[in-house]
Design a protein around this ligand. Structure first.
Ligand code: SF4
Ligand code: FES
Length: 222
């Protein structure tokens, strides 16, 4: 995973922006256009909004490209009590909650509250999304089959651990709520395997297609 972090200093807060993780979802620009203006340099002016407002908009950034630090206030971003995996149509998986990404040998690669994971197979920053789904013209619905029997989804807390299997799917362990863009949702407490090669006929789940198409998690397609 690559990092290219830029810092923007305000009086009471430091905003950090990782260029590699921004997929131009524009929640920041819509939320606080005075602070986030891609046409200006610097494009982030932290003191153009109240700190609380700024923190709230930063925490709406679904990819985790935006972070903040407030060492003097000793304030840290709270970890959401519910873990969610949202399936974006023609795009990535947004994870929110107590999220840990680990290598196959158990090494923790990233601890996060917000992250976007590639599911088209084309990202050059796997397992993170780098917006390559647009160039790849990835097409996939964001629907999931809702499970009516667990409509309230009470138990979706704890750590949700994602392990990108080399040349295979995203193995996911822990409790979380899977959300579709059609409003469908279901709770998952036994983990599973989510497609990240882009080829599954059972998206967002893996159906073994990665082996048939020779998916390589090291390379992005030409
Ligand atoms: S909200 Fe996050 S991903 Fe979206 S444009 Fe802003 S920084 Fe990029
Ligand atoms: S990762 Fe796509 S089918 Fe398994």
């Amino acid at each position: 995973m690559k990092e290219d972090i830029h810092q923007y200093f305000g009086e009471d807060i430091v905003v950090e922006y990782d260029v590699n993780r921004c997929i131009h979802a524009r929640e920041c620009v819509r939320g606080l256009p005075n602070v986030f203006d891609p046409d200006k340099r610097p494009w982030i002016e932290p003191d153009e909004a109240a700190v609380e407002e700024l923190r709230s908009v930063i925490m709406d950034c679904p990819t985790g490209a935006l972070q903040f630090e407030q060492p003097d206030a000793e304030y840290e971003e709270p970890v959401p009590k519910r873990n969610t995996v949202s399936v974006v149509p023609d795009g990535p998986l947004y994870l929110s909650g107590d999220v840990e990404i680990t290598a196959s040998d158990g090494t923790v690669l990233l601890e996060e509250t917000r992250v976007a994971l590639c599911r088209c197979g084309a990202s050059s920053n796997k397992p993170l999304c780098d917006n390559s789904h647009e160039d790849a013209e990835f097409e996939a619905s964001g629907t999931i089959s809702a499970d009516e029997s667990t409509a309230d989804h009470p138990d979706v807390d704890g750590t949700v651990r994602v392990t990108p299997v080399p040349d295979g799917p995203l193995r996911i362990e822990g409790r979380f709520e899977m959300q579709g863009q059609d409003g469908g949702s279901k709770s998952c407490d036994s983990g599973g395997s989510l497609c990240r090669c882009g080829g599954s006929q059972e998206k967002p789940d893996c159906d073994g297609t990665h082996a048939k198409i020779g998916f390589s998690s090291d390379l992005s397609p030409d």
